[in-house]
Structure formats: structure tokens, C-alpha cells
Design a protein around this ligand. Structure first.
Ligand code: IMP
Ligand code: MG
Length: 178
């Protein structure tokens, strides 16, 4: 698989340190409280499984699927929730867990949707942030690493459903796209 990767952006070791830093930030912020991690499928599963095991704070987990439809690789701004939460989150401390925030369109829709369920608190944690791609502003409470405006894969992130299982984050070779 490695022959398809142009460059490793974030190594396994750096990912591990990043997850530990995020987990201790969250543990500090929620002392004595319970939280609900809401992962957005499918990209967040790898990060979420590492994050939840690094947390000392008691946590429940749930998942959602939000799809944004549009032409090609850019989202249109129309977001559909195709799988909703399995449990109510009213009066819960909710942290939405995402793989990467690019345009911010998906996340701002999901956060507004979750607010309607009246959680006690609602925060956002992303492994990767691509601030140069932002179209819709969204407040991110916990950021793992900032990445340049390039298409990255690995650690849950895919290109055409592949490369999610790479243990690092890398940039695909351009010939893969053409
Ligand atoms: P947005 O913030 O609404 O543009 O959408 C973010 C979603 O697009 C992420 O959850 C990913 O699934 C996907 N995405 C954005 N940038 C990348 C990338 O560089 N590689 C893989 N998936 C990406
Ligand atoms: Mg995603």
C-alpha cells in the first residue's frame, strides 16, 4: 500500500502523542462528569477508538452518518443525516468526534442538529483540521493536528473507500487521482 503514498504527514508516533494530548485536555475539562462521544462515520472510527481508550473520563459512545451531496469532491452544502443517534443526548455532555474538518459544512449542520436535542454541553474534537478549506465557520474545541490544503488519507480517512487502515496520515501520489 505504501507505494501509493507521496509523503507521510503525521507518523504513527506523532498520532499517538496527539491523541494522548487531546485525551488529557478532555479529562481536565470534564473532571467528575460523564461524556458522550459522537463519532461521524466512517472516517472517525480509527481516531475515536484510540481517543476513547486514552480517556480517563467515563464515556458512552454513539455514531451518526451525515452525507453532503454535491458534484465531484466538493460538498454542495446540502447535508443529510442518514443515520441518527441511537440514544437521547438531552442533558448529556456531548463531544462530536471527527476525522477532519475541511469546508466545515458537514460539521456546522450536524452541530446545529444536535443542539436541537438539548445536550447539557456540546463540543467538537477533530483529529485533523484543514483551515484553508473552510467555507462555513465552525468553532473547534479540540484540534489534533493542522494539515495543509491537500487531500490526505490514512488513520480513518479514505480515497474511494481505500487507505483508511494506514496507521499514519499521508498524501496520496497524484497519479492515483488521474
Ligand atoms: P467538510 O468539512 O464538510 O468539507 O467535510 C469534511 C469531510 O470530508 C470529512 O469528514 C472527510 O470525510 C472528508 N474529507 C475532507 N478532506 C478530506 C481529505 O483530505 N481526505 C479524506 N477525506 C476528506
Ligand atoms: Mg468524515
Amino acid at each position: 500500500m505504501e507505494q501509493f503514498i507521496e509523503k507521510v504527514l503525521i507518523s504513527e508516533q506523532e498520532i499517538k502523542q496527539t491523541v494522548e494530548r487531546l485525551a488529557s485536555q478532555i479529562d481536565n475539562d470534564y473532571k467528575g462528569e460523564k461524556i458522550v462521544l459522537v463519532g461521524l462515520l466512517k472516517g472517525s472510527v480509527v481516531f475515536m477508538s484510540d481517543l476513547m481508550r486514552a480517556l480517563k473520563t467515563p464515556c458512552a459512545i454513539d455514531f451518526m452518518v451525515a452525507s453532503s451531496y454535491g458534484c465531484g469532491t466538493k460538498s454542495s452544502g446540502t447535508v443529510n443525516i442518514t443515520k441518527d443517534l441511537a440514544q437521547p443526548i438531552t442533558d448529556c455532555n456531548v463531544i462530536v468526534v471527527e476525522d477532519i474538518i475541511d469546508s466545515g459544512t458537514t460539521l456546522s449542520y450536524v452541530l446545529n442538529y444536535l443542539k436541537l436535542k438539548n445536550p447539557k454541553s456540546l463540543k467538537l474534537c477533530t483529529m485533523l483540521d484543514k483551515p484553508d478549506g473552510r467555507i462555513t465557520q465552525v468553532h473547534v474545541d479540540y484540534i489534533g493536528q493542522t494539515v495543509p490544503n491537500e487531500f490526505v488519507v490514512g488513520y480513518g480517512l479514505d480515497y474511494s473507500e481505500l487507505y483508511r487502515n494506514l496507521p499514519y496520515v499521508g498524501i496520496l501520489k497524484p497519479e492515483i487521482y488521474s
